[in-house]
Design a binder for this molecule. Structure first.
Ligand code: PLP
Length: 426
């Protein structure tokens, strides 16, 4: 099983047998509030009627169509819808099947874009410590999680990392973007001086790092990265696999921060998790480099058998309707202040060393136990599950990323359950 202590799981399997709205039904008959939207993806609630109906209708019309040198209309309709939602000037889309594939696709597009422009010498990629960009070789190379890198050999050549932005000493218990840390973006200039900026193809960051503890960016940080990339002709990639599609109350994190990258990697919330799908959105200039600069008939030698799968397109179109026509992104934005208020009420509990939040993303960081990394958060998460709440332990942090259909009483339940779990797990 992926990212699972398999031996422990077999001893007491946790099995989900059904879902509805903001809840899961467990095999033991219990009902659990889903505080993490499946795995940061079921933003529009489980078994959203729009999405279920679209999938049922699609399977009876067109089951599969290749996207290699042929196509089907829904993929183009979806691409059009995505470019309408995306920041201005990002009118081109490449479909994948997951966040990992979107990240690797974005990195490859960045490298190939420079080559198409006649700059094949731009081959370096810069990621960041404490970044999670999925599990492809590209993603773990630019990713910043030691254990996920060291196990798999030398990885990609020519990769370096910015320092992470987590700074408890200066920023603990900030609400939203922390005030300190714009200087961490200046580290990019130091890396460029070390490597020669003309060798660097792209910088990739999660606007808010999710899986390494919910780390909102310091105020001004992303804008500073954008400025430095522009100064040196480097492409900026946002990994919005978690932050895309309303998680922060705006279509994309790029909208919230007012910083437009060159490429956005997405997945998860794109189909509400109902069918695997990812998409890479890109600026027109990136796309046009291939159309004007490529010497071969196939401008980009890349793609997946299931790129733009008809079922995934149907799910995604219905999901985007839920976000926009049913007002779910607005609902996410409207609930965020209450979510923030309730979450920060946990301050002062024993072992709570930081609380972070932005939009409907939250993190409660706990003091590490001597028994091992992450043990404290895992114990709290287990206590929550035993008491009807699914949360995600990521390192020493309890991560929250609930569906946008959450009501205030559910927020209260999350915080009450966490409160009890933290107090009783000491
Ligand atoms: N990028 C980010 C920021 C993620 O959070 C994730 C998954 O959590 C991924 C990439 C990988 O996505 P997937 O598991 O769909 O490959």
């Amino acid at each position: 099983m992926p990212f699972t202590p398999n031996r422990k799981f077999k001893q007491s399997p946790r099995l989900i047998v059904g879902s509805e709205g903001v809840h899961y039904d467990m095999a033991d008959g219990s009902r659990v509030l889903d505080g993490i939207a499946g795995l940061w993806c079921v933003n529009a609630g489980h078994r959203n009627p729009r999405i279920s109906a679209a999938l049922k209708a699609q399977i009876d019309v067109l089951d599969y169509a290749s996207s290699f040198q042929i196509g089907h209309p829904a993929a183009f309709t979806l691409a059009q819808r995505l470019s309408e939602m995306a920041p201005a000037g990002m009118n081109h889309v490449f479909f994948t099947n997951s966040g990992s594939e979107s990240v690797d696709t974005a990195l490859k597009i960045a490298l190939a874009c420079h080559r198409a422009r006649g700059n094949a010498g731009r081959y370096r990629l810069i990621g960041r410590e404490r970044a999670y960009h999925g599990v492809g070789f590209g993603g773990i190379s630019v990713g910043g999680i030691g254990r996920q890198r060291s196990t798999f050999g030398p990885l990609l050549n020519g990769v370096d990392h910015l320092p992470h932005t987590h700074d408890l000493a200066r920023n603990a218990f900030s609400r939203g973007e922390p005030g300190h840390g714009i200087d961490k973006a200046d580290a990019l200039e130091s890396l460029l001086a070390l490597h020669d900026p003309s060798t660097v193809a792209a910088v990739i960051v999660e606007p808010v790092a999710g899986s390494t503890g919910v780390l909102p960016p310091p105020r001004g940080y992303l804008r500073r990265l954008r400025e430095i990339c522009d100064k040196h002709g480097i492409l900026l990639i946002f990994d919005e696999v978690i932050t895309g599609f309303g998680r922060l109350g705006t279509n994309f994190a790029a909208d919230l921060f007012g910083v437009t990258p060159d490429l956005i990697a997405t997945a998860k919330g794109l189909t509400n998790g109902a069918v695997p799908m990812g998409a890479v959105l890109m600026r027109d200039e990136v796309h046009d480099a291939f159309m004007h600069g490529s010497v071969s008939a196939v401008e980009l030698s890349h793609g997946y058998t299931y790129s733009g799968h008809p079922l995934a397109c149907a799910a995604a179109l219905a999901t985007l309707d839920a976000y926009t026509q049913d007002g779910l992104i607005a609902q996410s934005a409207a609930l965020a202040p209450y979510f923030e208020e309730c979450l920060h009420a946990l301050r002062g509990l024993p072992g709570v060393i930081d609380i972070r939040n932005l939009g409907l993303l939250g993190g409660v960081e706990l003091e590490a136990w001597a028994s091992g990394p992450g043990m404290h958060a895992q114990a709290v998460a287990q206590h929550c599950l035993d008491n009807g709440l699914l949360v995600r332990p990521v390192g020493e942090t309890i991560a929250l990323s609930p569906p946008f259909t959450l009501e205030r009483r559910h927020v209260d339940q999350i915080v009450d359950t966490l409160h009890a779990a933290i107090k009783q797990t000491v």
